[in-house]
Write a protein that binds this ligand. Structure first.
Ligand SMILES: Nc1ncnc2c1ncn2[C@@H]1O[C@H](COP(=O)(O)OP(=O)(O)O)[C@@H](O)[C@H]1O
Ligand SMILES: [Mg+2]
Length: 382
């Protein structure tokens, strides 16, 4: 395919204008396009006052063009009449908009999910709401599986707050591995792809929403994951349309739900369980995070969070209970430092907890995969 201006213009029609009204081509915002040595140069004209807040638009346009076949690079600049301040003022983050409308068909008319070549099993780590330690669990679970001798990858699909770059101390952008396939980043022997590598951290949600499905697809199918036993997907929190879409888009072998012990969180966890049931994804089990407090000085255990709720709830719902993770300073600090406990302190108590959870997940996963292999030829109507 030859690279010409029309191809670039056509691709840019996928980039929405400010306020999501129209696209930047139809709005007449795109300048003349220059192509030299497979590199694309152009500018986007914006009102001076909006220059700073439209940086994500520039990024989106650049990224859209960079991913065209045959493009070796793109330079996109914002141009504006020089008047009245923009620069220096901090762009206001817009309020978090409602999750994107479903870009995938509703659950009933699910398309057949395509396996990802080279990946044996994909599992989701999900939670009914944010802040329960889903990402912390995902990363330590992945490292626990790795410690069991499996080859492991982590796909950070949390568009609301990609955290793998921070949790694993990863910076920079993934490189291409020839053609348009990206090489995953790597940390502690685990392969990693994150929304955080592809979308700038301050990209407003309003732009992230529409990018979700294509970015997820890209991270799943256009990444050289290489042979992997398990790919752990850190899902976005919640059970809305965006989450459902993702649960449908990814050929999941199973899901792990993370909850805190509080009743309120368990209501959310139940919603999470139901979401995966709706799309026929086997539930590998429930993890109770921040289950009890482990005093850093004495190692004494304090059950201060109504601990045990998740275990009881798992029993009631007939879902395996995978384990209790204590609230410890260690877990928090190592997360912030990009050195997750399972890797940085493999002999510690927390690492042991996570490895035990990983063992249970592995066992549940092989049961689930066995069951699906046996059930595969039959079509069951409920
Ligand atoms: N078991 C734990 N002990 C101490 N801090 C924890 C634990 N699990 C999570 N955290 C902390 O709680 C915060 C939220 O965790 P995170 O994994 O980012 O949640 P989520 O992905 O569900 O939003 C982080 O600051 C993290 O370090
Ligand atoms: Mg998270």
């Amino acid at each position: 395919m030859t690279l010409d201006r029309q191809t670039v213009i056509d691709r840019l029609r996928s980039v929405k204008g400010p306020n999501l009204e129209g696209d930047i081509v139809s709005l007449g915002m795109v300048s003349e396009i220059f192509i030299a040595d497979s590199k694309v140069f152009f500018s986007i004209t914006v009102p001076a006052r909006q220059a700073q807040e439209l940086e994500p638009l520039r990024q989106a346009a650049e990224n859209a063009v960079k991913t065209l076949p045959g493009v070796r690079g793109a330079m996109v600049a914002l141009t504006a009449e020089k008047q009245g301040g923009g620069m220096g003022t901090t762009a206001q983050q817009p309020a978090r908009p409602a999750p994107a409308r479903p870009a995938a068909p509703p659950a009933q008319q699910q398309p057949a999910k395509q396996d990802v070549p080279g990946i044996e099993a994909i599992i989701a780590v999900a939670s009914g709401k944010g802040g329960v330690g889903k990402s912390t669990t995902a990363v330590n679970l992945a490292l626990g599986l790795k410690a069991l001798g499996l080859s492991v990858g982590i796909l950070d699909a949390d568009i609301y707050g990609p955290s793998m770059p921070r949790l694993l101390g990863l910076k920079g952008k993934p490189e291409t591995a020839g053609g348009k396939v990206l090489k995953p980043m790597e940390a502690y022997g685990v392969k990693v792809m994150s929304m955080g590598f592809l979308v700038e951290e301050d990209t407003p949600m309003i732009w992230r929403g529409p990018m979700v499905v294509s970015a997820l697809r890209q991270m799943l199918r256009e990444v050289a994951w290489g042979p992997l036993d398990v790919l752990v997907v850190d899902m976005p929190p919640g059970t809305g349309d965006a989450q459902l879409t993702m649960a449908q888009q990814v050929p999941l072998a199973g899901a792990v739900i993370v909850s805190t012990p509080q009743d309120l969180a368990l209501i959310d966890a139940r919603k999470g369980l139901n979401m995966f049931r709706r799309v026929d994804v086997p539930l590998l089990g429930l993890v109770e995070n921040m289950s009890y407090f482990l005093a850093p000085d004495t190692g004494a255990r304090y059950d201060i969070f109504g601990h045990g709720g998740a275990r009881a709830e798992a029993e009631r719902l007939g879902v395996p209970f995978l384990g209790e993770v204590p609230l410890t300073m260690d877990v928090r600090e190592t997360s912030d430092a990009g050195t997750p406990v399972v890797a940085s302190n493999p002999d510690g108590a927390q690492a042991r907890v996570y490895r035990a959870i990983a063992e249970k997940v592995r066992a549940q996963l092989s049961l689930a995969m066995q069951a699906s292999a046996e059930a595969a030829p039959a079509i069951v109507f409920e």
